[in-house]
Design a protein around this ligand. Structure first.
Ligand code: GRF
Length: 186
């Protein structure tokens, strides 16, 4: 199987990154993770980069490194897929256009519902019956690109923001890899 060189963008814990990395070691999973970008220098998820000797870069508002430099690193490593896995920064239109290849994002709601932040709170306030997570292509509008895959569950009567978060994040770990398999199985 030809594995596509992939870069994962994170901002925090990196549980999605951890699962993607684990799956990438499987010979028939379609990606290899060759680079990691974090918007936060203290992101716990960076430990997975360090442990696995994967080059990583910090991209934040303090501009330690610019989007232009990141684009160059992506090119050098022949990256053909970017996975935004809990990346809390909005990429510029110019970056998306210049990269010109697939960028996918995971979002903790059933898109097109609840784009943006504070999803769990809004889902509870609207007394939704179902929720879940969505993986979609990234375009210049927030959480609005073509949907690749989603996974859902029914809310219980005593659901809290915390319980929703735990259930959604558990689903995300499966859904992200399923979406990647789906993209490359056509
Ligand atoms: C995920 O729930 C994702 O949907 C949200 O941020 C969380 C990232 O978790 N945007 P992790 O860093 O992969 O653990």
């Amino acid at each position: 199987m030809v594995k596509r060189n992939t870069c994962v963008f994170i901002s925090g814990r990196g549980s999605n990154l951890k699962t993607l990395l684990k799956n990438s070691f499987n010979y028939n999973f379609p990606i290899n993770i060759k680079m990691i970008v974090s918007s936060n220098i203290n992101a716990k998820g960076l430990n997975y980069a360090k442990k696995n000797n994967i080059p990583f870069f910090i991209l934040n508002n303090k501009c330690l490194i610019s989007e232009k430099k990141i684009l160059n690193e992506l090119k050098v490593r022949k990256i053909s897929l970017i996975c935004l896995a809990g990346f809390m920064k909005i990429l510029s239109k110019r970056f998306i256009k210049s990269f010109g290849k697939k960028i996918i994002n995971i979002h903790p709601s059933l898109l097109p519902k609840y784009k943006g932040i504070n999803t769990y709170n809004r889902i509870l306030e609207n007394k939704e019956i179902q929720t879940g997570c969505t993986i979609h292509y990234v375009n210049e509008k927030l959480d609005s690109g073509k949907i690749i895959h989603n996974k859902r569950f029914y809310l219980q009567s005593n659901e809290s923001e915390k319980s929703l978060m735990i259930k959604t994040q558990k689903l995300e770990l499966k859904a992200f890899s399923e979406a990647i398999i789906k993209i490359f199985s056509y």
